[in-house]
Design a protein around this ligand. Structure first.
Ligand code: A3P
Length: 286
């Protein structure tokens, strides 16, 4: 199926209509934030699901109940997804934890007035591409990626869900503000315990060392992959065919090296250099 059949255009970017019907986007536009809300913001495939595990465990100070009993999409709902409407988010006790794939410029008026806390997670775009290529091949609500070359052109032009990775990252980096903590997938891979401590500190939580240890141990890829509430195995096969590719697929940094040809690497690097030339921020993959 084509983009015209599967996607809607919202604030200039494609969104899969199945996940984000018009009434959900309206709900999100009118949503009222609280100052102690916690928002996990990502470009898709940058570590959203991982954070949906880590952050509730920090807030619960290591109590495993939320992550072992509630699916990630209800535990940390996406504000722009259809589930948000049915979950009575207004009634949730503070601190509420949400996810969103919105660009900074797409956030609603309440966000800019209230300025809730944001954890913005970035990942090497070549790995985002690699993860997306597999994901677009297994999810029926997304347009089939076609060949790697075809999908790369779409990715580099931002003609995929939630638009351009470059615009997303640049927009949130420009928003720099003390209410935003910038995190990298790669730093979580390198030091999960240190990352848990850093996030806890940002959220004003002081965790005992054994609690930090317990959270990091549960959230390491091979352990988290076993959690039925987080590995998307509860999603029917007609939407996600995990026989084609698992949602928690490899969970490593640098998998792009197993996928890209030399020509694709050069093409990606050239576009990256051009689009990121005005960005001063230093990334772990530079
Ligand atoms: P791969 O496809 O490269 O394995 P998102 O949740 O934003 O859609 O991102 C999904 C990516 O994050 C997938 O990457 C997935 O495997 C990875 N991921 C999820 N949980 C993880 C964990 N605990 N450790 C490392 N990577 C994880």
């Amino acid at each position: 199926m084509t983009e015209a059949e599967l996607y809607s255009v919202y604030k200039g970017v494609f969104v899969p209509t199945h996940l984000h019907p018009a009434e959900s986007l309206k709900y999100c536009e009118e949503f009222s934030f609280r100052p102690d809300d916690i928002l996990i913001v990502t470009y898709p495939k940058s570590g959203t699901t991982w954070m949906q595990e880590v952050v509730p465990l920090i807030v619960s100070e290591g109590d495993m109940t939320p992550v072992l009993t509630v699916p990630n999409w209800d535990r940390v709902p996406w504000l722009e997804e259809h589930r948000a409407i049915v979950l009575s988010l207004e009634q949730r006790p503070s601190p509420r934890i949400f996810a969103t794939h919105f660009h900074h410029r797409m956030m609603n008026e309440s966000y800019f007035t209230i300025k809730p806390r944001v954890l913005y997670v970035m990942r090497n775009p070549k790995d985002v591409f690699t993860s997306s290529f597999h994901y677009y091949g297994m999810a029926s609500y997304l347009v089939n990626p076609g060949t790697q070359d075809e999908f790369m052109e779409k990715f580099l032009d931002g003609n995929i869900m939630f638009g351009s990775w470059f615009d997303h990252v640049k927009g949130w980096l420009t928003a720099e503000d003390e209410s935003i903590l910038y995190m990298f997938y790669e730093e979580m891979i390198a030091d999960l315990k240190g990352s848990v401590e850093k996030i806890a500190q940002f959220l004003g939580k002081s965790l005992k060392p054994d609690v930090t240890e317990k959270i990091a141990d549960h959230c390491v890829f091979k352990n988290m992959k076993q959690n039925k509430m987080s590995n998307f195995s509860l999603v029917p096969e007609e939407y996600m065919d995990q026989k084609k590719s698992e949602f928690l697929r490899k969970g490593i940094a640098g998998d792009w090296k197993n996928l890209f040809t030399e020509a694709q690497e050069q093409r990606f690097d050239a576009v990256y250099k051009d689009k990121m030339q005005d960005v001063k921020f230093r990334f772990p993959w530079d």
